[in-house]
Design a protein around this ligand. Structure first.
Ligand code: DC
Length: 224
């Protein structure tokens, strides 16, 4: 890869696999930019819900995606997300928005509308791109592609702890069922389904601690 081309590392996988946390850790460690592509789908869902738009209406939802007025900024250790100038950092993480994001992400026109916006994140010195189709559709020529996964139960347990820490009360059985429903929709959709790129390295984090996964990822990045 030439020196003036930003290094792109794609990290794809299902929700709760730990890719959000690991992507942040890697970006910070390497001094790279970070693309949380899931946040973009969440923002589209939230913006559509705020306008009472039916999430199954592909044309209207794609128009929202095309005109999304969003700003990402760093506030201390965390990332601040603004939609039309309003702080929606926490709002986009609610379960109802997770479900909405999975629905809007199934529309090809919505995915197409977000493509250039995502690619614009690739700037020097490099980018950690976190999502579902980073290695297959958005950055197919990235030199390092990682697919991070874990069992549905392990992922539900992690999500449960995250939501609990935020004071959201949620039933564990419902969480496992929701995760399975989202996995099913994300991996079966016709456009950019959640599948590992042919040249991705697959890491299963069910029984590996975060520090070990981090070390394995860093070693993979340094190989390229
Ligand atoms: O990673 P996340 O949980 O924030 O993603 C929210 C939803 O967006 C998820 O159900 C799948 C979808 N998504 C997608 O289809 N493609 C991406 N690159 C990122 C997220």
């Amino acid at each position: 890869m030439s020196n003036n081309k930003p290094m792109v590392v794609t990290i794809d996988g299902p929700s709760g696999s730990g890719k959000g946390t690991l992507s942040q850790m890697l970006a910070k460690h390497l001094g790279y930019h970070l693309l949380d592509s899931g946040a973009l789908y969440r923002l589209v869902a939230l913006a559509a819900m705020k306008r009472s738009i039916d999430l199954t209406n592909e044309v209207l939802v794609a128009a929202i995606a095309q005109n999304l007025n969003v700003e990402f900024s760093v506030k201390g250790e965390s990332m601040l997300v603004l939609l039309d100038g309003e702080d929606v950092t926490d709002a986009i993480r609610q379960e109802v928005v997770s479900m909405g994001a999975s629905k809007v992400a199934a529309h090809p026109a919505v995915r197409a509308a977000l493509l250039d916006r995502q690619r614009a994140f690739a700037r020097a010195p490099g980018l950690i791109a976190d999502g579902r189709d980073m290695g297959t559709a958005v950055f197919p020529s990235a030199p390092t592609k990682i697919f991070l996964t874990a069992s549905a139960e392990a992922r539900a347990e992690r999500r449960f702890k995250q939501l609990q820490a935020k004071g959201e009360v949620i039933d564990m059985a419902k969480l496992v069922a929701d995760i399975r429903e989202r996995d099913e929709r994300d991996s079966k959709r016709a456009v950019s389904p959640l599948v590992p790129a042919a040249d991705a390295t697959i890491i299963d984090s069910t029984n590996i601690g975060i520090a070990d996964v981090f070390a394995r990822m860093l070693a993979l990045i340094k190989q390229n």
